[in-house]
Design a protein around this ligand. Sequence first.
Ligand code: NAD
Length: 254
Amino acid sequence: MTDVLDLFKLTGRRAIVTGGGRGIGMAIARALGEAGAQVALVSRTAEQLAAATAEVPNSVAVPADVMTVSPVKLVDDCEAALGGPIDIVVHAAGFQHRQPAVDYPVEQWDRLIRVHLTAPFLISQELGRRQLASGRPASHVFIGSLNNLQSVVPDIPAYAAAKSGIGGVLRALSKEWSGRGIRCNGVAPGWVRTELTEALFSDPQKSAAILARIPMGRLAEPSEMATTALFLASDASSYITGQMLVVDGGWTTS
Ligand code: NAD
């Protein structure tokens, strides 16, 4: 009989984690590596990736900018680095640009949509082509946000659009692919202290206002997003697809 904890194991699987150089992506990569997967960390800066691969078990660095890289080249490079086809992808690369909607430049809009929405779709599309052709089961995990569900703070219209859109992308892919072995899900993190949110949390007033609205009364650790992503990546979630799991300390239901 299968031990329930064996369902979380990823021994023999190969994973790509974009944004794996730090923050939530790196925490997810560590969880997948500790569960036994071979992990390709994709990020822009080679120095950041060198530090991350030293900490993440079973990992290799694949430096790339998801905004500009060809998805075919990226998947080829990851397969070459890991020695075979990919079973898992986690799309965690991201950045923020804050500016009021009336001034928001179209160049920033395009960059943000490209990184948070278009690139995850194109990378999953290329992986999906290969996985469907080979009949290889797979799990695709997208990183959403509370902005998938509600407008949380002002001055982030492109981020709100991208994070709302990524929920639609994962549902569309799930509709097309889950009957052929590819599950597609997402994690919608609440407030996690990383370099992305540092500007907000270093402002005592903004920080206090956010904490006051979180029923659990604290921010999340990146590792708390990682355990959820591991669950979705693994066979422990074998009947879950098309879902965005909200991990927010109670924010959206309070
Ligand atoms: P972070 O800034 O700490 O890490 C982001 C990573 O993405 C970095 O390694 C960065 O180098 C990489 N990256 C950015 N642009 C890239 C590109 N064009 N190509 C390749 N790599 C690129 O941020 P984080 O807080 O860990 O965020 C990770 C994901 O989680 C993002 O999608 C973010 O929107 C989402 N998220 C974060 C929070 C939070 O509170 N921190 C909340 C909700 C959602």
